[in-house]
Design a protein. Sequence first.
Length: 318
Amino acid sequence: MMYDLMVLAFQTDSTRVASFLVAHDGSNRSYPFIGVPDGHHDLSHHNSDEVKLAKIAKINTFHTTQFAYFLGKLKATPDGDGFRINGRKWLITGAEGAGCAIIMARNEGGPMDGHATMFLADLPDPAIRIERTLDTMDSSFTGGHGVLEFDNLRLPADSVLGEVGKGFRYAQVRLAPARLSHCMRWLGSAMRAQDIAADYARNRVAFGKKLGEHEGVSFMLAHNLMDMHTARLSIWHTAWLLDQGHRAANESSMAKVICSEAYFRIADRCMQILGGLGITRDTVVERIFRDIRAFRIYDGPSEVHRWALGARIVSGKM
């Protein structure tokens, strides 16, 4: 059988953006982009090859593509002392221009049949073809979101990251810090949108007084402030739990929903305050609105998080 795949496309230049947080090993090392515990698994703990370690060392910043809700299929078939990778995947962030990729596929055949394995591959490779870059509403990720086809990609045994058959476990552990990185990233965007809207409300005159003196406008700014406060507290609490060595799976799931929905409300109100200016690209609010809307889907849509939390409550696990 074939396995729904997850692919990570990395930019080797640290100013470029990669696609997917791998896992978290509890080391709480600094995340270069946002300065918090990072969401990627320290793969150097499981790999001694110097070339492989050098490639891993180049992985600096990450952005997530869909993982928990697979949209493609990939299989890894044993081939002598290596593997053959075949399949197709879409919404692979940062694939265009990437220098290397982490690929996860289900083993087909062999002692680890049915289990997921992670591989490190150099890019570009003629066996990995970018069919097209999707025309998505968001624009915050370098390289866009690509559709990739894997056609008989041959990888040697030493390309395996960690251990054969443990790829899914590595990927699962990274969920909490990965969710949190998005919550922090777009909190900054929400704050920027609020600053722009508040400045406009202080200076724009409408119906004989400053726009912000109309309660319909000032109340929206107040609601934004409360949403940001709630989101920030949720982030801090989840980060604190991670610092204490907890997995924080439930808390990060709640934070992801709280933050993604709060940020969208903030961006929507800011656009409303700006009026016609808000739907133009004369300010960055229009872009923030588009990027933040997509956050309600990244790392699992709100409905899936609510379903998972509800199931745990009903089963007595929470």
